[in-house]
Ligand binder design. Structure first.
Ligand SMILES: Cc1ncc(COP(=O)(O)O)c(C=O)c1O
Length: 334
């Protein structure tokens, strides 16, 4: 009996180890083989931080979400400089002194995409307080920075990109920017977004829409919102406690180029429910049509035609089909 146990037990362990390795490989294939970590490229496994890092305890980190697209001229990163500038701006708001300038971070990102040999990917730069003290005041906590690539398809879902998303008004309100600067992209407040999206998913919706205390519309858990009425596009601004999205300002230019007008103003629920079309936008969500808000059908309950027209224009630009907009693309071969 002991003899059988002595043979079977090590075999069982080898089997478990193989399964573990297989899982790790599948998991890692979605993530960076290399991660840019405090100025150097390092293997996925070695990009680690200490459990006592300030950022884990207090969410003291700022980050970006950027997309790289496969184009005929090779992979190109959309609005890379604008994202790295916003990373610095967010960091400044929290006195997080990033030890790398914008240009260095842009070059590091391109180097990382080359090294990971990825084409279409999502990029996640993050700057955070590491370990020095557990006090809320970060004192001498070092500022650490990393950049990772991630194979991330449609953010909401592929189906939502084509046929429209079903969203719900969240019971969670958007925090006010006098409590927290909402136009910064900082980690801590994403717990607000997390609560909203967890609630939305648990009730069978694709995404959440957060309202402000006064019940005006704020934004999605990770997206800005636009509505269209009588061929005019409407969206809100920082007075509605939103992140001023890079996609949002990109779309301003594209809307005008398509021959339409946009207006920036606060959005009420009445505006939303009487809109012809509604959509979300963001670097990860791109242009996602919204076909339903709770029980209300938006327009005819399908993706809006103007929304799809804008989505097509956006895809053409990010995928390098319009030379005029190469200025927004950082080709990694450059
Ligand atoms: C809360 C929130 N609002 C808006 C956006 C859209 O911002 P951007 O277009 O810069 O990606 C995001 C995306 O990161 C977000 O998280």
């Amino acid at each position: 009996m002991i003899y059988i146990k002595n043979i079977l037990y090590p075999l069982y362990n080898i089997f478990l180890f193989k399964i573990y390795k297989l899982n790790l490989c599948i998991h890692m294939s979605n993530y960076s083989r290399y991660i840019w970590f405090n100025g150097k490229l390092t293997n996925f496994e070695n990009a680690k931080i200490h459990v006592l890092s300030h950022c884990i305890h207090y969410g003291s980190a700022v980050f970006e979400g950027i997309k790289c697209y496969d184009t005929d001229n090779g992979p190109a990163i959309f609005k890379l400089k604008e994202h790295m500038e916003r990373l610095h701006k967010s960091a400044n708001a929290f006195k997080i002194k990033i030890p790398f300038d914008v240009n260095t971070l842009c070059e590091a990102t391109k180097e990382l995409v080359r090294k990971n040999e990825v084409k279409d990917c999502y990029l996640r730069p993050i700057a955070y307080y590491g370990f020095d003290t557990l006090g809320v005041h970060p004192k001498k906590c070092p500022v650490e920075v990393s950049i990772a690539t991630l194979n991330w398809g449609a953010y909401v879902s592929k189906d939502a990109l084509e046929k429209g998303a079903r969203i719900t008004i969240s019971p969670w309100k958007k925090y006010k920017s006098n409590a927290f600067p909402s136009s910064t992209k900082a980690s801590g407040p994403y717990l607000n977004s997390m609560l909203a999206v967890q609630d939305a998913k648990s009730r069978g919706f694709d995404e959440a829409l957060l309202l402000n205390e006064d019940n005006t519309v704020a934004e999605g858990s990770g997206q800005n919102i636009f509505l269209i009425k009588n061929n005019v596009f409407y969206t809100n601004d920082q007075t509605s406690n939103i992140l001023l999205g890079i996609t949002r300002s990109t779309l301003f230019e594209l809307i005008e180029e398509l021959g339409y007008k946009y207006k920036v103003q606060n959005i009420s629920q009445d505006d939303l429910f009487s809109a012809d079309e509604v959509f979300y936008c963001g670097s990860a969500s791109e242009v996602t049509p919204i076909k339903q808000i709770d029980n209300h059908k938006v327009g005819n309950g399908k993706s809006g035609l103007l929304t799809l027209k804008l989505q097509e224009k956006y895809y053409n630009i990010v995928r390098g089909k319009e030379e005029k907009y190469f200025k927004w693309l950082s080709f990694i071969s450059d």
